[in-house]
Structure formats: C-alpha cells, structure tokens
Design a protein around this ligand. Structure first.
Ligand SMILES: Nc1ncnc2c1ncn2[C@@H]1O[C@H](COP(=O)(O)OP(=O)(O)OP(=O)(O)O)[C@@H](O)[C@H]1O
Ligand SMILES: [Mg+2]
Length: 469
C-alpha cells in the first residue's frame, strides 16, 4: 500500500473519492455492490441503504460491472443507457495484490441534463466542424464543367473536344491563353471529368504568392521551420492534392529557383516539407496555365526548358475572344442570364448597335472584360435593353480610337463628360490605362510592370483581375 495513504484519516477517504470521481460504485467479484456514493445514488434515483449489498444489475440499469469483475477487462468510455439517456461509463477491474477482487465503476456525468448540456455543446462543435469540413472539401472540388464553357466557333469546339478527350489521361496539361479567356474554367472542367474528380482540385496562383512563401505553400513546412511557423507545421498544396489535381496558375511567373524544385517533384513524385527531412510520396496530376509565351521565356533563359517539356505534354491553346466572332453574342447572352440572377432582374437584351460594338471591339481582357462590361451596363440600366450609352466610353467611342484592334483608351475618354462618368470611373480609367502602359513596357511581365507602377505584384494582380486586363 502507498505509505502516504496510511496517514489519511479514514473519514477523509469517502470525501476524497467523491471529489475524485463524482459518481462511483464498487462491486466484489460476484457483482455485489460493496460501495456506492450519494452522487451515484442520486443519479439513478436510489439510496445507499437500498443499493448496498445488492447485485449491481438489480440496482443499475444495463450495468456490466459484474462482467468486468469476472473478466478483468476494463471497459472505458462505454456508452450506457440509464433512464432513457446515454451515459458514458468507465468500468475498471479491481486488482489487489495481483488478484482480481471486483470492479470500480464511474459515470462521467451527474445527471442527464448535465450530460445533455455537455453533449449539445460538443454536438454544436461537431456540427461546426462538419460545416467547415464540407466547406473545405467543397473548396477542393472543381467548380466548373465543360457545359459551362460556352462557344460554338469551330476552333473553340475542337479545343473543347480535345480537352474533354484528354481529361481521362494522367499526363500534364499546359493551358495557354490571354488573360480572361477561360484557362481556369478549362482546368476545373478537366479535373471534373477525370477519374481523379473525387479527390481534391487544388489551385495555386504562382503569381500572387510572394516568392519566399511559394515553397512552403507548395510543399508545406514542419513545425519550427521558421519564425512564425504554425504549431504542428502545415500541409502544402501538393500533399493536399494527393490523388487529385494541382492547378499551377500563372506558371510563367514562377521564379527560377522554384522551377527547379518543382521539376524535382515532377520527376521524383515526392516532396519534402520546408525544414523537414523525410520525403512524402504524392500522386498528383499537373495542370498548368499561363498567358505568357513560355517558349520565348525558355529561349531567353527565364523558364527552365526541362520543366517546360514536363508541363507541355498536352497543350491547349485557348483562342482570344476577338477571334471567336460568332461566340461573342452567345457568351454575352449566357453572361447576361448569369448576371440577371445576381441582380434579380430578367428579360435583359442587347440592342443591335451594342451587338455590333461588342463584335468590333478587340477584348484585350477577353471574357472577363466582357463580363465586367455587361455587369456595369446592367448596373446603370433603367429598362431592359442594353444600349450603347450603357457601355463604358472606350467601347462607345471605339471608332475614335483606331478601330477594333486598339486596346488603348482615347483622350476622348477624358474629354467626354457624359452623365454616367463619375470621379471613381475616371480614376478607374486612369488606373487601367497606367496598368496597360506598364504591362506594354514590361513586355507582359507583371513583376516588372508592378515595379514600374510602384505597387506590389499582388496589388497589380488584383487590379488586372478587377479591370479584366
Ligand atoms: N467559354 C466560356 N464561356 C462562358 N464564360 C466563360 C468562358 N470562358 C471564361 N468564362 C468566364 O470568363 C471569366 C474568366 O475566366 P477564367 O478565370 O477562367 O480566365 P483565365 O484565362 O484563367 O484568366 P487569367 O489569365 O486572368 O487568370 C470567368 O468569369 C469565366 O466564368
Ligand atoms: Mg486564371
């Protein structure tokens, strides 16, 4: 016996037991109750006098204490039904001097209400967890399918067919196309039609993540890998995408140092977390996308040739909107239906004049720009017909700025003081013009353009998205 125990006055023991285990029952090897405290008696609606020296199964509903006293096998956190409620019981065999002499049982909750309050608290946490888990899993599913890709022009139809056909393959896909042409939609659709569709689709934008964070985003990090690293470390995108697809968007903006690391992963099919030693196998299909000319970047030494070959197994070139003349009206109509839902409107139509203008324009920002133009028009629309006056000035006056091929905004944009041109719109036009100019000067390199504009790459990236550039 523990020598410290002998020093305790006997009458203390009952109180100590009550404090240590609120509800406690002790049976001998025959399952006869030898000790039970008030709390347990209150719990089951009896008294100590009525319970003591009785077979435990006669006193406690669904008890298994007599069994544990015989088998010597503990039963921990067992669910036991008492008074129509589910309780959590712990049943320990009692060994003294190596011999099984009985069993000790405790119940973790004093009354059904207490258990109920506890379980509903846990239940709400479990519900919350389930909600975030579903939301997270939903985030990791492809959001678009091939049916969402509108277009009937022969070139686009052939491209869509090719993409559908290669969905089933495990090979890497490289999607090339100007900004806003639907690269992301294609990537989602390919994953959604592949055998990997029940596994995650994990997009990562290589342009919007600062260079020093890209590696840990892609491969994760171990706890303590760097100051500010989260406890327990973090899973990287590759690990999250296991058995699924990783979508490396804006791959042309990936720094050379990262390109080498990516190449290694594609070759070895395993990753190593930042600050970690062990390798983790990953089975991931790669879809990469860019609006840059990767071949040119390879010849200039700005993109690794070996990586380019690895990514460019299946190439999909998405045509710009201006080369899809017969699709413009079809896409515009489908976008209008989508926007009608968003703005709770219906029956919105395009005037013949507007259709002509949409067809004539060069759409440097492609479908995203068309979407922005239509959303703006619906915002300022009083009736049901979108007329030329609802279009932004650069579209209204396109004849003045050099015809369909021009992306530039004309001076007219600033001279015309039409009623819908607010200060905000003026500022937006100026921003848009500055961004286009900087991108032109930087040869499409967003990093250089951001430097010229004296903004961060992330800000420039957000602005380009906002303005459909
Ligand atoms: N074929 C299409 N039919 C209908 N809508 C489309 C089509 N292609 C793209 N869109 C719409 O155009 C917008 C831009 O598409 P997406 O984001 O896929 O372009 P992106 O090529 O990835 O552009 P960026 O290079 O700027 O990232 C989206 O809102 C998308 O819904
Ligand atoms: Mg994209």
């Amino acid at each position: 016996m523990n020598p410290g125990f002998c020093q305790l006055p006997f009458e203390w023991l009952g109180e100590i037991i009550n404090l240590a285990a609120e509800r406690i029952v002790v049976v001998d090897q025959d399952g006869i109750i030898k000790y039970i405290n008030d709390a347990y008696c209150d719990f089951i609606g009896t008294t100590i006098e009525n319970a003591i020296n009785k077979p435990v199964q006669d006193v406690i509903e669904n008890s298994r204490m007599h069994i544990v006293a015989k088998t010597g096998q503990p039963e921990l956190a067992a669910v036991q039904s008492i008074n129509g409620s589910e309780m959590i019981a712990n049943r320990h065999p009692l060994f003294v001097g190596g011999d099984l002499v009985g069993a000790v049982g405790t119940v973790m909750f004093g009354n059904p209400q207490e258990w109920w309050a506890y379980s509903s608290k846990i239940q709400s946490l479990l519900d919350e967890l389930k909600y975030y888990k579903t939301k997270y899993e939903k985030e990791l599913r492809s959001k678009y399918k091939f049916d969402d890709l509108i277009g009937i022009s022969p070139e686009f139809t052939a491209l869509k067919k090719l993409a559908e056909r290669v969905s089933g393959s495990q090979s890497a896909v490289l999607i090339n196309g100007e900004s806003g042409t639907g690269k992301e939609l294609f990537a989602h659709s390919i994953h959604g039609k592949s055998s990997r569709s029940i596994f995650p689709f994990v997009p990562i934008n290589c342009a919007s993540i600062p260079e020093h964070l890209l590696e840990s985003e892609l491969f994760g990090y171990e706890e303590g890998a760097f100051t500010g690293a989260k406890r327990g470390g973090k899973k990287g995108k590759f690990e999250t995408a296991h058995y699924g697809t990783i979508f490396l968007d804006e791959i042309g903006d990936m720094p050379l140092s990262m390109q080498s690391k990516l190449l290694r992963v594609l070759q070895e099919k395993e990753i190593q977390k930042v600050g970690g030693q062990k390798t983790i196998s990953v089975d991931v299909r790669i879809i990469a996308a860019t609006n840059r000319d990767l071949e040119k970047m390879v010849s200039e030494g700005r993109f690794r040739q070996d990586l380019y070959y690895r990514l460019n197994v299946i190439k999909l070139d998405i045509p710009p909107l201006r080369e899809r003349g017969e699709d413009i009206v079809l896409i515009a109509s489908s976008l209008i239906r989508k926007l009608e839902k968003k703005f709770h409107r219906e029956g919105i139509l395009l005037s013949g004049h507007v259709i002509q203008k949409l067809k004539n324009y060069s759409w440097p920002g492609n479908i995203r720009e068309l979407e922005n133009v239509l959303e703006r028009a619906i915002n300022v629309l009083d009736g049901r017909i979108i007329e030329a006056k609802h279009l932004p000035l650069y579209l209204r006056d396109q004849e003045l700025d050099g015809g369909p091929a021009s992306n530039q905004l004309s001076e007219q944009d600033f001279l015309d003081d039409g009623p819908s041109l607010s200060l905000k719109e003026n500022a937006e036009i100026a921003e848009k013009r500055a961004i286009k100019k900087a991108l032109n000067l930087a040869g499409g390199n967003k990093q250089k353009a951001a430097k010229l504009l004296e903004v961060s790459k992330t800000t420039l990236y957000d602005k380009c998205r906002q303005y459909g550039i």
